[in-house]
Write a protein that binds this ligand. Structure first.
Ligand code: XMP
Length: 536
């Protein structure tokens, strides 16, 4: 069973909390469902701010944050098992609307006089919902619609207090409303796209039932974040921001600059492991276009020297991480009156790090934390994206005028091309990989595929394979280039992209013809799991 303790870190700096909570807020008590983040996103997509909170959040806290309504998420437990997480029954006394989803509905039923038991038949996937009463949470819905189910338990008795609103073939109590309070439950998942009218259900809850007006917009997010940064950073203090070329640090820098102007100083470490033109794009954007003070630390030789002859991937990661911290520290020490460090932490990072050291996410983070800075650098953190999902970060970036190719950039690993050159990392191999990678990206952009995939890149595998040049066999080209294209919504799982063969043919021809040192190109058709996205 997944860890449902959900000790989510909800202690962002007080300034930020205050600012965000001037917005209408829907609190989501997270019982550990894989869809919990999705519920938060769906609410925000409908222009109402939402936040995930631990399941046992006390009613007083919900009052304090000014919640306008509460959603109880799904979860993997059974409410009748001894260690099942429940919410504080006091939340039903707050006079706030409550919507229980799946396990959340079962929690509400159990705490308010109903009964829950194992379903006669598990329901998983799309099923037909027959609506007896299209009211409240089910208002504006037709008598029959399709919904997504994923459960083994069901509400077996609704007691005196609830009325059943809908059923499915296997589940006689598929949606309920409380007779005297604004408490609703649905056994299915309105937050997933497989429930086509799920959006209407979420809107019924936040607008009709909770009475929200919808005040969460990109402009408000920017205004709140700018105000918060100004409140946190004193009038004489300077803020340092480490730019990586990725979207999170770029949007962070643009936001902080809007708040404090020239008191922001950006540091960009050129580690020699970047893609073609990456350093140039960062300089052109932040220095030339935004007029920011940008310190570029050219540390290419230092990184390559430290990596010389290193072939073991974990060792590569360790070296890149260590050198990055050293170079960054030295650069930061030259900036006077810098008390703050702006970081592009985003909401999924906050949630994932809160799932504790045993959680799968935490393990992934540990493996991927190259490029992170240690707390002992002694700066106070400024994290203006802390409450935002990736798509919201991109919207903010666009609204702040960041160029599209930065805002829509695919993720790039902190250790850079060091983990995409298999074996020893040499300047020659890096050049070959960059040239091949650039061709792949050019062709994907030209064919309109770049934005359709989550990540696309080339990997250099230094093994010789035979080829034919002119009349005879040759082993001249010493390298294999692997093309890796994946689709993924969260990078925890991924599948290889079924791309048009014609595009692969063009990319392959161009690489073989234009990049010397490559005589074979292959396409990686491994999904994650069991593979990973990167090769190392
Ligand atoms: P894997 O290879 O584990 O990658 O499937 C999942 C996502 O994480 C990125 N990645 C990293 N990001 N530092 C990072 O900042 C790293 O060391 C690192 N390794 C992998 C990878 O590109 C993919 O988006």
């Amino acid at each position: 069973m997944k860890d449902v303790n959900c000790s989510i870190d909800h202690a962002p700096a007080a300034w930020y909390r205050t600012n965000m909570r001037r917005h209408e807020t829907i609190a989501i008590l997270d019982f550990g469902s894989q869809y919990s983040q999705l519920i938060a996103r769906r609410v925000r997509e409908n222009r109402v701010y939402s936040e995930l909170l631990p399941p046992q959040t006390p009613p007083s806290r919900l009052r304090e944050i000014g919640a306008r309504g509460i959603i109880l998420s799904g979860g993997p437990a059974s409410v009748y098992s001894a260690e099942a997480p429940l919410c504080d029954p006091g939340i039903f006394e707050l006079d706030l609307p409550v919507l229980g989803i799946c396990y959340g509905m079962q929690v509400a039923a159990k705490l308010l006089g109903g009964d829950v038991g194992a379903a006669v038949a598990r329901e998983y996937g799309r099923v037909r919902l027959h609506i007896a009463s299209a009211e409240g949470i089910l208002a504006h819905l037709p008598p029959e619609t399709s919904v997504w189910m994923s459960h083994g338990d069901v509400v077996t008795q609704i007691g005196e207090c609830f009325t059943s609103l809908a059923r499915t073939a296997q589940c006689p109590i598929a949606a309920v409303r409380h007779k005297s309070r604004a408490v609703y439950g649905v056994q299915f998942h309105p937050e997933v796209t497989h429930t086509p009218l799920g959006r209407q259900i979420i809107r019924n809850f936040i607008y009709d039932i909770c009475g929200c007006a919808g005040d969460w917009s990109v402009k408000n997010v920017i205004d709140a974040a700018v105000a918060a940064v100004r409140e946190q950073v004193g009038p004489d203090d300077r803020v340092i921001c480490g730019l990586s070329g990725g979207v999170d640090s770029s949007v962070t820098a643009a936001l902080v600059q809007r708040a404090i102007g020239s008191r922001l100083v950006c540091i960009f470490v050129d580690n020699g492991l970047l893609r073609q033109n990456e350093a140039g794009l960062v300089e052109a954007t932040f220095h030339d276009h935004f007029g920011m003070e940008l310190r570029v630390a050219n540390a290419r030789d230092r990184f390559l020297t430290a990596l010389a002859d290193v072939t073991e991937p974990r060792e590569k990661r360790r070296i890149v991480g260590r050198e990055f911290i050293e170079v960054f520290k030295a650069e930061a020490a030259r900036i006077e009156r810098a008390r703050f460090l702006a970081q592009g932490t985003i909401y999924p990072d906050v949630i994932e790090s809160g799932h504790g050291p045993t959680g799968h996410s935490a393990v992934i983070k540990l493996h991927h934390n190259v490029g992170a800075l240690p707390a002992e650098l002694g700066f106070e953190l400024v994290e203006p994206l802390r409450q935002l999902f990736k798509d919201e970060v991109r919207q903010v970036g666009e609204a702040l005028g960041l160029p599209e190719d930065l805002v829509w950039r695919h993720p790039f690993p902190g250790p850079g091309l060091a983990v995409r050159v298999i074996g020893a990392v040499t300047p020659e191999r890096l050049d070959i990989l960059r040239a091949a990678d650039e061709i792949l990206l050019e062709e994907l952009l030209a064919a309109g595929w770049y934005a359709k995939v989550a990540q696309a890149f080339a990997v250099l595998v230094p093994i010789p394979s035979v080829g034919v040049m002119g009349d005879g066999p040759t082993y001249e080209g010493q390298n294999l280039i692997v093309l890796r294209l994946v689709e993924s919504s969260d990078f925890m799982t991924a599948d290889w992209v079924r791309i048009d063969y014609e595009i692969l043919a063009t990319v392959s021809n161009r690489i073989i013809n234009e990049v010397s040192g490559v005589n074979r190109v292959t396409y990686d058709i491994t999904s994650k799991p069991p593979g990973t996205i990167e090769w190392q």
